[in-house]
Ligand binder design. Structure first.
Ligand SMILES: [Zn+2]
Length: 119
């Protein structure tokens, strides 16, 4: 993931609102799709969908949100606080993963991987 919530894309007040949203736990992961989250605006019957668009090329990844502020932004231009909150979540998950990986003892590879040239 290359998009970072704390970089220039989001202003400080937007990041603050995003943090409040996370603290209030008003963002829910979708039960089926791992890259989709839901949050609510003024109408409880019409939640907003936030989706992280992954790509083989991380440079081309972006995030979308169906709130009025995010809806008409072009791909990669969504800057609403819902999308900022999801990026914060993703970053937190990634740093936890990295931490866990660093706790795993490194195993020395002694055998050649299958299919490797033997000459
Ligand atoms: Zn939004």
């Amino acid at each position: 993931m290359t998009i970072r919530a704390d970089n220039i894309r989001y202003s400080a007040p937007v990041l603050e609102k995003a943090r409040n949203l996370l603290v209030a736990q008003l963002i829910e992961p979708d039960g089926t799709y791992p890259d989709i989250w839901w949050t609510w605006g003024s109408n409880p019957d019409r939640p907003y969908r936030i989706q992280y668009m992954r790509n083989e090329n991380p440079e081309l990844e972006f995030i979308t949100c169906t709130c009025p502020y995010g809806l008409f932004a072009g791909a990669g231009d969504t800057r609403c606080y819902h999308s900022a909150a999801v990026l914060m979540l993703l970053e937190a998950e990634e740093s936890v993963k990295r931490q866990k990986l660093s706790e795993v003892p490194q195993v020395k590879r002694t055998r050649k991987p299958r299919g490797a040239a033997t000459s």
